[in-house]
Design a protein around this ligand. Structure first.
Ligand code: GLU
Length: 304
């Protein structure tokens, strides 16, 4: 147990963080920023850091990418403190189905045949609740959103797709709760999912973790670096390449960059570089001068 007075109040909890890459390609600088930030935050709080492979969207999963990501992380010295959870595993899939069945039984979820195209014709593209019953055969399952602000900004959203895949929104909420995640540190591109996730957590009676979103890395064209727009995989083939990749991510996070690998006697190993940043963040914490402040205070912890 540790005491966290980070957020202006004191809470007792065992810190559990995670990094949850989708294996749609190898890690690029943008994803390493989130990995490093979440790992550092966990270590600074003497917490656990878990890796979860978010391969719930099986058609988008790239063969070999999960293995490649785990290898890149290991080469960066970032190791999961518990067994890696794969969302495609039978145990995870059974968990999602049980939660979906519960929401169907409680009439929070309804079958929906709407296509993206038909949604585009709805006000602001938001899905409105169905008034007519739909056949559940070959349909998606959509969650009714009755919280006015969430309804007005994101509308009803899908938890299981017509092709049988559970969605990221459902899987991430169920896994964060199942793994007892207390702190989520992830890229700012995911920030607009947070309202949906908190809404779902509340419906399911789950605790809401602390959320913190890291700055995005932009490519030369000013666009967010992503696998979709061809971001290069980070090179982790040699210790020097790993050192450079970690330093580039550290710079985005406002951490001190270490100029030359091996030339400062105390930093000639990746583990020493990581330990240097842990010490640096701890020192900043003590002086109350953190480079990145959390962007959402967590409500009181429930049922964990
Ligand atoms: N799987 C998501 C991604 O790779 C991250 C999900 C999350 O951190 O909530 O973008």
């Amino acid at each position: 147990m540790i005491v966290d007075s980070h957020y202006g109040f004191t809470t007792l909890y065992p810190y559990r963080g995670r990094f949850a890459p989708s294996p749609t390609g190898l890690l690029h600088t943008g994803s390493l920023v989130a990995a490093l930030a979440s790992w550092l935050d966990a270590k600074v709080h003497n917490g656990k850091w878990l890796i979860r492979i978010e391969d719930v969207d099986t058609p988008r999963t790239v063969k070999g990418a999960a293995h490649g990501i785990l290898q890149q992380l290991a080469q960066c010295g970032l190791h999961s403190d518990e067994a890696v959870l794969f969302q495609s595993s039978p145990i995870a899939q059974a968990r999602y189905q049980a939660v979906l069945d519960d929401l169907i039984a409680r009439q929070w979820v309804y079958p929906c045949h709407c296509s993206r195209k038909s949604l585009a014709n709805q006000p602001r593209g938001l899905h409105q609740p169905h008034t007519e019953p739909h056949s559940p055969i070959g349909c998606a399952w959509r969650l009714r959103v009755d919280e006015p602000e969430v309804a007005a900004t994101v509308g009803d959203f899908v938890l299981k797709r017509a092709d049988g895949c559970f969605t990221y929104q459902l899987a991430v909420v169920v896994d964060d709760a199942a793994q007892g995640i207390t702190h989520i540190v992830r890229g700012a591109d995911l920030a607009d999912n947070t309202a949906r996730q908190i809404y779902l957590q509340r419906l399911l009676g789950y605790a809401t973790p602390h959320y913190h979103h890291t700055p995005l890395v932009l490519g030369e064209n000013g666009q967010k670096l992503s696998k979709q727009n061809g971001a290069q995989a980070i090179d982790t083939r040699t210790p020097l390449a790993v050192f450079n990749a970690l330093n580039a991510s550290a710079q985005v996070l406002g951490l001190p960059v270490v100029e030359k690998f091996g030339e400062i006697s105390e930093i000639s190993e990746i583990s020493e570089l990581l330990a240097y940043w842990i010490d640096w963040v701890q020192a900043q914490n003590q002086s109350g001068d953190l480079p990145n402040q959390p962007d959402s205070p967590a409500p009181e912890r429930a049922n964990q």
